[in-house]
Design a protein around this ligand. Structure first.
Ligand SMILES: Cc1cc2nc3c(=O)[nH]c(=O)nc-3n(C[C@H](O)[C@H](O)[C@H](O)COP(=O)(O)OP(=O)(O)OC[C@H]3O[C@@H](n4cnc5c(N)ncnc54)[C@H](O)[C@@H]3O)c2cc1C
Length: 393
C-alpha cells in the first residue's frame, strides 16, 4: 500500500480573476472584471481599505494644463469619466460616495506668479474639457477661503477638480462586489505565495486559490510579487512614501473648493468636516504614526483659512503610498508571465485614475490591445529596474 501523506493538500478554489488587495485599485479591478463577465476572487490581507486607500482626503486634482502630453490627456479622460462611473456604482448599491466637482483655489504669493497663472488659463482653454477653466482672480471671492493675507498676489480658481469620500467609495465598491454571485471577497488573509505559471496562490490561512489571471493590487506590497524574473541585484520595483493627514470637525460649507498651496490640501467634505494633508516622507520609522509634521500642516491650514481655528481634530491618520520605480502608475501584463498583471503605483493620484487603469487591465486580460501609455506598463518599469534605474524624486 502506498504511503499516505499526513499533510492535507488544501482544496483549490477557482476564479477567472484573482485580485490581490482591497484598496481602491483592487476594488475597481474586481468591478471591471465582473462587468466583463469574469468571475472574481478578491483577497485582502487585513480589511477592505486597510492600506493607503482608507484615508481622509479624496482629492481628484488634474495635472497642470501646460506642457500637454499623453499622460495628462489620460488623467483628464479618467477624471471626466469617473463622474459617471461613480453615479453608476451609487445607483447599483444605493450608497453615496459623496462625490462633488468642487473645484480648487490656489493662492498666489508673488506678482510674477500672476503672469504664469494667466498663461495656464490659456493652456487650460486648449487642453481641458470644454466648460472647465483655470482663471486668475485678483482677490479671494469667498471671505476667508483663503484669507487675503495668504494670497497677496491673488488666486487661481479652477473648476475641473473634484473630491469624494475615500471610505465611502471603498464601501460602495465593496458592496457592489459582495452583491454579485460571481464574486468572493476574502478578508484577513494575506496571500503568502503566488505561482503565476501554474495559476495558483496560497494564503496565510491555507486557502489555495486558482486563477486564469491574477491582478496584483496590493499597494506598497505589490512590488515583490511582480519582481519575478528580475536579477537579485535589481533595485526594488517601487518604494513606500508615507503620508499623514487629519480630519477636523469644522462644520463648514461642504461646497467649498479645495484649497491647495505648496503641497497643503484643505478639503471640505459633504458632512462639513475638513481633511488636511499631506506629508510626503521617504524616510520614516513608523508607517502608522502621526507627529509634529502633521501639527505643522494643520497650523498652515488654519493660517490659510482662519475659520478652521479651534475646530476639533477628530482623526489623525497615516498611510503608505505606492511609488513605482518609473514614477508613473505600474499597470498591465508581466512580460514573462502571461497570467500575471500589475495594478499599482498610483502614488498620489490613484483615486482619479483607478477605474480607468482597472478597465485597461481587464481589457488586456480579455485580449484587447493595451491602451495605456508605455511609461505606465509593468514591462517598462521592469526594464528600468533591469538597468538599475532609480525612482526619480
Ligand atoms: C496621506 C495621504 C493622502 C492621500 N491623498 C490622496 C488624494 O487626495 N487623492 C488621491 O487620488 N490619492 C491620494 N493618496 C494616495 C492614495 O491613497 C493611494 O495612491 C491609493 O490609496 C493606493 O491604492 P492601492 O489600491 O494601490 O493601495 P492600497 O490602498 O494600499 O491597497 C492595497 C491593499 O492590499 C493589501 N495587501 C497587501 N499585501 C497583501 C497580500 N499579501 N495579500 C492580500 N492583500 C494584501 C493591503 O492590506 C491593502 O489593503 C493619498 C495617500 C496618503 C498616504
Amino acid at each position: 500500500m502506498p504511503a499516505v501523506s499526513s499533510i492535507p493538500i488544501p482544496a483549490l478554489h477557482r476564479a477567472d480573476v484573482l485580485v490581490i488587495g482591497g484598496g481602491v485599485m483592487g476594488l475597481w479591478a474586481g468591478v471591471m472584471a465582473l462587468r466583463a463577465g469574469l468571475s472574481v476572487c478578491l483577497i485582502e490581507a487585513s480589511r477592505i481599505g486597510a492600506g493607503a486607500s482608507g484615508g481622509l482626503l479624496g482629492a481628484l486634482m488634474p495635472h497642470m494644463p501646460d506642457r500637454w502630453n499623453e499622460k495628462k490627456a489620460l488623467q483628464r479622460e479618467a477624471l471626466v469619466s469617473l463622474e459617471s462611473e461613480i453615479a453608476r456604482i451609487e445607483a447599483e448599491t444605493g450608497l453615496s460616495c459623496f462625490y462633488r466637482r468642487c473645484g480648487r483655489i490656489m493662492p498666489l504669493l508673488r506678482p510674477q506668479h500672476v503672469e504664469r497663472a494667466l498663461r495656464h488659463g490659456e493652456d487650460a482653454a486648449q487642453n481641458w474639457p470644454v466648460g472647465h477653466v483655470w482663471r486668475f482672480e485678483a482677490q479671494p471671492g469667498i471671505e476667508g477661503w483663503p484669507d487675503r493675507a495668504g494670497a497677496p498676489a491673488g488666486i487661481v480658481v479652477e473648476t475641473l477638480t473634484a473630491r469624494l469620500s475615500p471610505r465611502a467609495l471603498l464601501g460602495a465598491l465593496d458592496a457592489r462586489l459582495r452583491a454579485d454571485p460571481h464574486c468572493r471577497v476574502i478578508e484577513d488573509d494575506p496571500v503568502r505565495s503566488l505561482d503565476a505559471q501554474e495559476g495558483s496562490a496560497l494564503s496565510a490561512s491555507g486557502l489555495r486559490l486558482g486563477f486564469s489571471a491574477c491582478i496584483v493590487a496590493a499597494g506598497v506590497e505589490s512590488f515583490p510579487f511582480l519582481a519575478e524574473g528580475l536579477p537579485s541585484s535589481a533595485p526594488p520595483l517601487g518604494q513606500k512614501v508615507k503620508g499623514q493627514a487629519a480630519l477636523l470637525d469644522a462644520r463648514i460649507d461642504p461646497a467649498l473648493p479645495i484649497l491647495f498651496a505648496d503641497g497643503l490640501y484643505v478639503v471640505a467634505h459633504e458632512n462639513g468636516q475638513v481633511a488636511i494633508g499631506s506629508t510626503s516622507e521617504e524616510q520614516f520609522a513608523d508607517p502608522a504614526s502621526t507627529d509634529e509634521q502633521l501639527d505643522a500642516l494643520i497650523a498652515r491650514a488654519v493660517a490659510l483659512a482662519p475659520g478652521l481655528a479651534g475646530a476639533p481634530v477628530i482623526e489623525r491618520w497615516a498611510g503608505l503610498r505606492p511609488k513605482a520605480i518609473g514614477r508613473e502608475p505600474m499597470v498591465g501584463r508581466h512580460p514573462d508571465l502571461p497570467r500575471l498583471f500589475a495594478l499599482t503605483g498610483g502614488f498620489k493620484i490613484s483615486f482619479g485614475i483607478a477605474h480607468h487603469m482597472a478597465e485597461a487591465v481587464v481589457g488586456e486580460i480579455l485580449g484587447r490591445p493595451m491602451t495605456l501609455p508605455q511609461p505606465f506598463l509593468l514591462a517598462t518599469h521592469m526594464s528600468l529596474a533591469r538597468t538599475g534605474g532609480k525612482t526619480r524624486a
